[in-house]
Design a binder for this molecule. Structure first.
Ligand code: ADP
Length: 491
């Protein structure tokens, strides 16, 4: 089934008949072959989604009816957690327990939006007082239309869920384009949709490359919204493409998220959360806290403890036991991270540990956990996203300095602060220019709360109520209850 596209409820070969290899980054070898879609397939998929929206039953069902289908999808994914987690490991390189966590979150995401849809009926058509005796108004939420969902390779199935689940719950129809680097689990959504009884065309899935599938999808005039997670340059291209027809967009882009650690913090907790903030998912996390600011008193002791823990970190194939740092997603990303490490060395920053591929792994794309300290703040490793297991750590002397340094970035996705002084944490959290701020931790992500960035980290919010409303249009229906209005026709 994998060398097929899922269009209009059918598994079809791409118009070109072409396929491409999917590489297991943990081994550096191909393990599957998928269909290589092109602009002609995009057109077919978008038209199927358009028909399913304009003529099909999906947007006309009640929120509760759609919720029931999403609940079925959640159950079907849940039945396949082990298989899907393994597939994600082979596709992406991450350790199995992390992949399992992703798929559990996918199930949670479908359940959450099933609940939200089922509970939404009671909120539909809210009356709004317009302050005029002869008029009443109500506000109704309606599905936005055809959504092009373009997702990245770091959390392949989960990033798709963050878009597909709320979009379907809202009554939209979707064309999903996974990353060409990790297309496998996205295809499973097609099997799940069929088994759950999702109407044909409500969800379409196209495997293929960015310029060949993502670009025509974001340019297609019959698409109403493009929901994107990925890099800033691609986000910018999508924004330009969407401008042509004034499409709605949501962009979740990169970050260079700061983590401020005050000296009154528990050292062990600081070490652990710094590690989680940058080494989880090999640091291939848009919200990774890759710039750490440590109050000077704690700076050297923390660097010492951190490098000791990094040396113990088991690096290896994601399916192997106790692995905490899996493979980098592909050769190109591996090369990019190594180049960033080289530029870090050239910038004069101190390489505390790591900085190279581990000697004991002869195949696959692995990297050691890498720490740079005393990083010049104009160096590219301090300013630009690396998307790998590389953290930059600098000292600070005052709260004001830490906040200034933290906010001195073109990004604003995540940020974290650690201190035993909770008032200080709140104060700093409120001063941080970022869409997500963690206090005394870094990265835990909950479906109930909004996710998205300030500044160049993006536009719009996913998850929670915000991520649902992002797929709804808002309509006012205003009624007049009087006789002739009396403006033109004078009584
Ligand atoms: P990366 O370079 O790390 O893969 P991208 O932002 O390019 O990050 O990729 C995220 C998603 O965007 C992928 O699914 C990719 O295929 C897609 N993509 C790449 N280029 C374009 C484009 N020009 N238009 C739309 N989508 C694209």
């Amino acid at each position: 089934m994998t060398a097929r596209l899922f269009i209009d409820g059918q598994w079809v070969a791409p118009v070109s008949g072409e396929t491409f290899d999917v590489i297991d980054p943990g081994k550096g070898k191909p393990f599957a072959e998928v269909a290589r879609a092109g602009a002609a397939d995009v057109d077919l998929a978008v038209k199927a989604a358009r028909r399913a929206f304009d003529e099909g039953p999906w947007p006309k069902l009640s929120f509760a009816e759609r919720g029931a289908v999403l609940r079925k999808m959640a159950a079907l994914i849940s039945d396949r957690i082990d298989e899907l987690a393994e597939l994600e490991v082979r596709d992406n390189g991450k350790p199995l327990p992390e992949a399992r966590w992703d798929i559990e979150d996918v199930v949670g995401c479908f359940e959450y939006y099933a609940d939200m849809a089922e509970g939404f009926a009671s909120e539909q058509s809210q009356p709004v007082s317009v302050g005029a005796d002869d008029f009443t108004s109500r506000v109704r939420k309606e599905p936005l239309g055809v959504v092009g969902a373009i997702v990245p390779w770091n959390f392949p199935m989960l990033m798709a869920a963050w878009k597909v689940a709320p979009a379907l719950a809202a009554g939209c129809t979707v064309v999903l384009k996974p990353s060409e680097v990790t297309p496998m689990t996205a295809l499973v959504y097609g099997e799940i949709a069929e088994a759950a009884g999702l109407p044909a065309g409500a969800l379409n899935i196209l495997t293929g490359f960015g310029p060949e599938v993502g670009a025509p999808l974001s340019e297609h005039p019959l698409v109403d919204k493009v929901a994107f997670t990925g890099s800033v340059p691609t986000g910018s291209k999508i924004m330009q493409a969407a401008a042509q027809d004034v499409k709605t967009i949501s962009l979740e882009l990169g970050g260079k998220s700061p983590f401020i650690v005050f000296a009154d913090s528990d050292l062990e907790a600081a070490v652990e959360w710094i590690m989680f903030g940058i080494f989880w998912n090999q640091g291939e996390v848009c919200s990774a806290t890759s710039r750490v600011l440590v109050e000077r008193e704690m700076y050297e002791p923390l660097l010492e403890r951190l490098s000791a823990e990094c040396a113990k970190l088991k690096i290896g194939y994601g399916m192997d036991e106790d692995v905490l740092l899996g493979a980098i997603v592909n050769e190109a990303q591996h090369r990019k991270i190594l180049a960033a490490i080289e530029s870090g060395k050239e910038s004069g920053a101190r390489l505390v540990c790591g900085g190279k591929a581990p000697a004991h792994l002869s195949e696959g794309y692995y990297l050691e956990a890498t720490i740079f300290a005393d990083v010049p703040t104009d160096a590219s490793i301090w300013k630009e996203e690396i998307f790998g297991p590389v953290v930059c750590i600098n000292p600070f002397d005052s709260e004001a300095e830490a906040l200034r340094e933290a906010n001195d970035s073109e990004f604003g996705l995540g940020a974290a602060v650690m201190s035993k002084d909770l008032e200080r944490c709140d104060r700093v959290a409120e001063g941080l220019r970022a869409g997500i701020v963690w206090i005394n931790c870094s990265q835990p992500t909950f479906i109930e709360v909004p996710w998205g960035g300030y500044k160049r980290s993006g536009i719009g919010r996913e998850l929670g109520r915000w991520g649902f409303e992002a797929y709804l249009e808002t309509k006012q229906i205003t009624s007049y209850h009087g006789g002739p209005w009396g403006w033109y026709i004078k009584g």
